[in-house]
Write a protein that binds this ligand. Sequence first.
Ligand code: ZN
Length: 239
Amino acid sequence: MKVTVLSGAGISTESGIPDYRGPSGLWRRDPDHEKLVTYDYYMGDPEIRRRSWLFRRDNPAWKAEPNAGHRALAELAAAGMDVWIVTQNVDGLHQRAGSPPDRVLELHGNMFGAVCTACAARSTTREAIDRVLAGDGDPACLSCGGILKTATVMFGQALDSGVLGRAVEAAGDCDLFVAVGTSLQVQPAASLVRIAAEGGARLIIVNGEPTPYDGLADEVIHEPISEALPRLAARLLLA
Ligand code: ZN
């Protein structure tokens, strides 16, 4: 059985990471914070960049641990299932829970990696934060002097077309599509659900709140994710 999972912020809130980006998240509620993660503001102002690195430093993801929900999904792949995980999260917790990194598609990138906006050289967010803490207000690329940013998709930036293409393929080509911890109110999350349903996949939605796609789902689970996913995984592995 081919399983594609779409995960959103809700799967990581039980690991202590708040939903910054969602419709009612910090970044949307507070325009000052939103600037720190908005591409044009970031590129246009060194002070925004300095504050943005410090804001990343304070993200609880640095100390967070995967929870039972992340681990349950990792167990499916470990048991030999053909699993793709498409995630809106940038916290790396699926990989740390044991999901194979080449099977995790990070729609919004990863906050622990940094990238040069001029030459695309890769480095780490840790290194950039350390340079800021050492007094460099605007750490530049060590190869070319270009502006560095986290390897995340900021507001105003397009998603990586390669990652998105593989996510669309994984949605269209699965037997079971599980949407977990996402309100399904933003793209491309909503369209991936539709693509999966139109492709004939069984659809299970696991989310605390109702979503616009509950009516399309074969099953809707409103329990806490760290309880619902282990139960679901056990059921799938017995089937
Ligand atoms: Zn560079």
